[in-house]
Design a protein around this ligand. Structure first.
Ligand SMILES: O=c1[nH]cc([C@@H]2O[C@H](COP(=O)(O)O)[C@@H](O)[C@H]2O)c(=O)[nH]1
Length: 326
């Protein structure tokens, strides 16, 4: 696998390489979220904190990014800090990988580009904030959705950003063969009748008006699903972890800010790769920073859940190997 990118194209940190080959718990993390999704210095603080949370669960973090044209799986803390402070770092989606390599650029990798890298390095779990989506009346279908269909990895996120069309996004994922589920943990899992009624979350809010195709109720169940994803070696799986209940007041008031930000983007003609960073920034201003606090909290929560799944998956593989030897 690794040789596909040639000697110079990919760098996998030694710790990550060793954990992957030992079947240990490893979690990939993206970098666009801290190169263009959050202001400084909270961007780097959040990235480093997510890594710390992954480690606290006994898993190895593998933050992915583009450094001088090399796709790195397992940036060092100093490299995360440098990339998060780099004014010239590009937003690197799958399509940008070859040109960024040829031009030896630095970049934050999006969900789609991080999935490409995680697959090359053999990492089975990937954590992000929220997924990009499908446009309402345009062909603006994020590469995130297509790459999920090509990569047998479990992506843990807080659902789909509520900026565009959640329903079309779910349809596009179905077309790509991507399994989609919402994970209910703790008090949420215990609610009577919840099983049938669970909505797919939409980033800042636990509900989107669209029913979740499936509901999972424990980390162990997620690990068993991941085992199926890996053995089929086909499309990936999207696991949504709803934003924590402590943000429910914010969740119920954020819609107006999203609408205003979208209107402003429309008036200013902002499109393509610039739109997500623009909207995140505008919504944070319109909510006096509440959306940023929510974003930071959900990234940390996703890192925590993703690390637990990676750990449970690794233990499942060990148990299967031990049974196979008997
Ligand atoms: O809350 C966030 N969601 C998503 C992103 C990033 O935006 C990318 C999608 O960009 P676009 O909408 O241009 O496809 C995602 O892959 C992810 O890296 C982000 O920074 N912050």
């Amino acid at each position: 696998m690794l040789s596909k990118l040639g000697r110079g194209g990919l760098r996998v940190a030694e710790e990550v390489r060793a954990a992957v080959s030992a079947g240990g718990a490893v979690v990939a993390l993206e970098s666009t979220i801290f190169t263009s999704g959050m202001p400084r210095p909270i961007n780097v603080d959040t990235a480093l904190e997510a890594e710390r949370i992954v480690r606290s669960r006994g898993a190895v973090p593998a933050t992915v990014g583009m450094l001088a044209g090399r796709l790195v799986v397992g940036l060092s803390q100093a490299e995360i800090a440098a990339l998060g402070g780099d004014d010239y770092a590009i937003k690197c989606s799958t399509r940008d990988l070859p040109t960024a390599m040829a031009r030896r650029l630095n970049g934050g990798t999006t969900v789609s580009a991080t999935l490409v890298a995680a697959r090359l390095a053999g990492v089975p779990v990937f954590v992000t904030g929220a997924l990009a989506e499908h446009g309402q009346d345009s062909m603006d279908v994020s590469a995130d959705l297509v790459q999920l269909g090509r990569t047998p990895i479990m992506t843990v996120c807080a659902g789909v950003k509520a900026f565009l069309d959640v329903g079309r996004t779910l349809e596009a994922l179905e077309t790509q063969g991507v399994g989609v589920a919402t994970l209910l943990l703790g008090d949420d899992a215990k609610q009577p009748g919840k099983k049938e009624e669970v909505e797919f979350p939409a980033f800042y809010t636990p509900s989107s008006g669209h029913k979740s195709p499936c509901t999972l109720h424990s980390v162990a169940e997620c690990a068993r699903v991941l085992a199926g994803v890996r053995s089929l070696d086909g499309p990936g799986f999207l696991l949504a972890v709803p934003i924590a209940r402590e943000f429910s007041e914010f969740s119920s008031t954020v819609d107006a800010a999203i609408r205003d930000a979208l209107d402003e983007a429309g008036r200013l003609g902002i499109r393509g790769r610039a739109i997500t960073p623009f909207l995140l920034d505008r919504i944070a201003r319109l909510t006096d920073g509440a959306s940023l606090r929510a974003n930071v909290a959900l990234v940390k929560r996703n890192a925590d859940v993703g690390a637990q799944i990676a750990k449970a998956f690794s233990e499942l593989q060990d148990a299967a190997a031990a049974t196979g030897k008997k």
